[in-house]
Design a protein around this ligand. Sequence first.
Ligand code: ADP
Ligand code: ADP
Length: 227
Amino acid sequence: MVEVNLEHIYKKYAGNDNYSVSDFNLQAKDGEFIFFVGPSGCGKSTILRMIAGLEEITKGDFKMNDKVMNDVAPRDRDIAMVFQNYALYPHMTVFDNMAFGLNIRKNDKADTKRRVDEAAAILGLSDFLQRKPAALSGGQRQRVALGRAIVRDANLFLLDEPLSNLDAKLRVNMRAEIAKLHQRLGTNMIYVTHDQIEAMTMADRIVIMDTGKVQQIGTPFELYNEP
Ligand code: ADP
Ligand code: ADP
């Protein structure tokens, strides 16, 4: 059960003259599926990376259940991120890729196996656990990337254009799978995409961004019926 709050968030990268994110505000309710939509360079990934702790927040507070998270180490955040380019380790099996985040935290081996097996079953990967990523299709690789996030049992999932490397047909299938996954896990998710249809069909609420700011925010219904 988490409520996520972004309060007056600013980001200025070292060496840049301008703020990449300025006065960004968002209150996400427990279990909400939030989409960030907006043109390339408007700051979507920057916000995800600040939430994950991979990028420092210049000003403002990121809170989970009223606890300020700004200075919490990434690995203590209970947040799992799925990247656009999969970021799988080519020399590791699917099992080891999925177990990686748990192994570096010295998680109990039996518990890791149980969690990986369960995630693999959800994602239809049970028969592929001993393969290397090179022996998988694009869709299967994307599922492994999702699986690696699921096994962490996180409170918040961040998905940065997770489907943009897939062909159109697979993208449609994976949309449905991710929507199901969200229902099943019931956790908050923040999903960045260029794709309006993806946002309209999957989101609880959509944040339309423009140059580091919220331009509009609402449910697909509200945004679609905007005069
Ligand atoms: P989006 O995800 O919406 O495409 P980004 O968050 O990647 O946007 O980028 C927002 C702005 O911040 C852009 O102007 C980009 O050039 C700048 N930016 C992103 N990453 C860095 C970085 N590591 N150093 C400097 N500027 C960056
Ligand atoms: P991990 O890759 O298991 O998350 P690392 O210590 O290798 O852990 O990465 C540093 C931090 O970056 C992590 O603690 C985590 O917060 C974040 N991070 C990197 N990759 C991911 C991922 N796939 N899922 C969640 N968090 C990640």
